[in-house]
Design a protein around this ligand. Structure first.
Ligand code: NI
Length: 225
């Protein structure tokens, strides 16, 4: 499932982040990928140890935690501190797959179930730069307003089209979900959404309670920690 999460950051926050990133020191994006990824990755990233990465990354995660869609859709267990990238002058990231297991700063590891990209540049300000995700239903494209995010299974092949005009800034990170399986996670997300709707429209309280029990008991069966 490719999920658009609108309005994670407001205009003032994205403008502030763009200004901070414009003044930042950048490094070659190939530093955080293996030899296969390095052949197709042509962008720049904030250095791993950059204090700005830590600061803005915290802000991104705090905003997502407040967003009503993020938690029910991702059911996060562990999250890699966000990284920030910059594409310009024809920069692109060819078709690739993300690593399945990643090291976290505390020495533990994360299984990358979900990938998330938060767009920081307004789409009209650059040409190209679409995130293209391939799955069994075909190709899906995302080029979202600044402040919007897209959540997609890290198991899918994906790429970023060349940015031929302007600059594309984004935050990106991976999530290990409590629920590993994408189809199970999707059913829980839909069930949660319909329970919320039933609650807000004043449906039969006993029936809603029973359905809420089903949600939690499915979550209990499918959760891995
Ligand atoms: Ni990737």
């Amino acid at each position: 499932m490719l999920l658009h999460i609108p309005g994670v950051l407001d205009d003032a926050a994205t403008a502030r982040m763009r200004a901070a990133l414009a003044a930042a020191g950048w490094t070659d994006g190939r530093e955080t990928v293996g030899p296969q990824g390095a052949k197709v990755k042509h962008n720049r990233q904030l250095p791993e140890a950059s204090p700005l990465r830590t600061e803005l990354g915290r802000e991104v995660l705090a905003a997502l935690a407040r967003h009503p869609l993020f938690h029910p859709a991702a059911l996060p267990l562990r999250i890699l501190p966000p990284r920030f990238n910059r594409y310009e002058g024809g920069g692109e990231y060819g078709l690739h797959i993300d690593g399945a297991v990643m090291a976290l700063p505390d020495g533990t590891q994360l299984r990358s179930d979900l990938a998330c990209t938060l767009f920081l540049s307004e789409p009209e300000s650059y040409e190209g730069g679409e995130l293209v995700v391939s799955d069994s239903y075909g190709e899906h494209e995302a080029k979202l307003p600044a402040g919007d995010a897209v959540l997609y299974p890290a198991s899918s092949l994906h790429r970023v089209r060349p940015v031929t005009r302007g600059t594309r800034l984004a935050a990106f990170f991976w999530i290990q979900s409590l629920v590993r399986d994408d189809a199970q996670r999707r059913m829980l997300f839909e069930l949660d959404a319909s329970i919320r709707r039933l609650t807000s429209t004043g449906a039969d309280a006993d029936a809603v309670l029973q359905l809420t029990g089903v949600y939690h008991n499915l979550l209990r069966q499918w959760t891995e920690t």
